[in-house]
Design a protein around this ligand. Sequence first.
Ligand code: CP
Ligand code: NVA
Length: 302
Amino acid sequence: MNHLLKLSDLTSEEILEILNSADQLKYEKKNGIEHYHLKGKTLGMIFEKSSTRTRVSFEVGMYELGGNALFLSSNDLQIGRGEPVEDTARVLSRYLDGIMIRTFAQKEVEDLAKYGSIPIINGLTDYCHPCQVLADLMTIREFKSSLQGLKLCYIGDGNNMANSLIVGCIKMGMKVAIGCPKGYEPDAEIMKWASENGEFLCTEDVLEAAKDADVVYTDVWASMGQEAEANERKKIFKNYQVNDALMAVTNKDSLVMHCLPAHREEEITAKVFEQHANEIFEEAENRLHAQKAVLVKLLGDK
Ligand code: CP
Ligand code: NVA
């Protein structure tokens, strides 16, 4: 594993190794055990979209691993003025030990990896959000002890989160059901792969998707870059909400997860959100631990 571009590039064993390492790093942090595995290393963090969790957890993660992180807004980089990715990749490879990038097109992330010579980490594209799902799997395992055989339902837009959840959960032996409106399904190739490699369902019927779920997951109806569609999407997605009626058909003790930021009374009611704040904020915390595991694996001495 040389990069983290999308979860489909990783084997189940590699995902498991990251989750185990993340648990260990979390344990060490909680017990005041230092782990300066990346002393003297620098991560560049390119952001072409907003971020709270990704930015802060990567920056703090590098610090806690003994390294440095540089916040590089695309507004300030020459890339924002049209310098080609091929050149940016080759230049930054000479200064940095790794790059985390959050952007729109998956191709830009893949191109950075193609033209650069250092590890590239995808911090979210329109296509996927692998770092989030590693933290999600870590959290589910923490609450449920194991992943194999659990059912996760994802309610809402078939977006970057849905795409990465499908791949990550199926690779870890979980069942996945997506409840989304027609025309807003996850990536077709990912759904085909999931049907061939595990138990997968995509339906317009939210209650069918949620039935007997162990984990209920949702995300915003309008992602970053879709702000102009927000009002129209509110109408299209109004029945795709995590609420009491939906929770009633899930398994007893089912978890509710959200990558955040959350829009209360849109994709999730305030009531369900607060009832499950415990796991939702543990999930947010786990971004730090899971990403440190990724950083150690990719930037650490081999
Ligand atoms: N979940 C997530 O990636 O949050 P940010 O957009 O705040 O980084
Ligand atoms: N689907 C959301 C996820 C945010 C973490 C977005 O892309 O905006």
